[in-house]
Design a binder for this molecule. Structure first.
Ligand SMILES: [Zn+2]
Length: 156
């Protein structure tokens, strides 16, 4: 029935830039295990980057916020077999103030990014002393805030 594997009905950018720093590739559905990359069991799409071979997951409907407590946001993906907890402190918000993202949106982007890079992380704190921080910061700066993307840097 011609399923659209990467829908854009969320109004969110569903064509994903590879999460690997400095790769600049775009992920594509990975149909090695599932047709079109879509795993009906989990409701998630397996994707890979043809350029650097990074592989990860995309939730067609995006991350669903299931729980929030103070600075912690818990997102479920697909059939809710996967969840990611993101901590966005006030300090984090200041670090990303230039992006214009509200805390929840920042957390949502972080949760998507964690799934996209496919390392199975369940918890991420957006803090300077965390190993993931530089990569995520770069990802936001390069790919999520349109005004900072230099003209002509995107592949055609
Ligand atoms: Zn890549």
């Amino acid at each position: 029935m011609g399923r659209d594997y990467i829908p854009d009905h969320m109004g969110i950018e569903m064509t994903r830039v590879c999460p690997t720093p400095n790769c600049g590739g775009w992920v594509v559905p990975d149909d090695n295990r599932f047709p079109g990359g879509y795993d009906e069991g989990t409701g998630l799409i397996h994707v890979r980057c043809p350029r650097c071979t990074s592989s990860g997951l995309i939730a067609p409907d995006g991350p669903q916020l299931v729980f929030r407590l103070a600075y912690q946001y818990v997102f479920a993906f697909g059939a809710a077999s996967d969840s990611v907890t993101v901590t966005v402190t006030l300090h984090t918000q200041r670090l990303f103030a230039w992006s214009g993202f509200a805390p929840e949106l920042l957390a949502r982007h972080a949760a998507e990014w964690v799934m996209l890079r496919g390392r199975g992380e369940k918890v991420i704190a957006l803090a300077l002393d965390q190993p993931q921080f530089p990569d995520f910061f770069e990802y936001v700066r390069m790919h999520l805030v349109p005004t900072t993307v230099p003209n002509g840097s995107l592949p055609h």
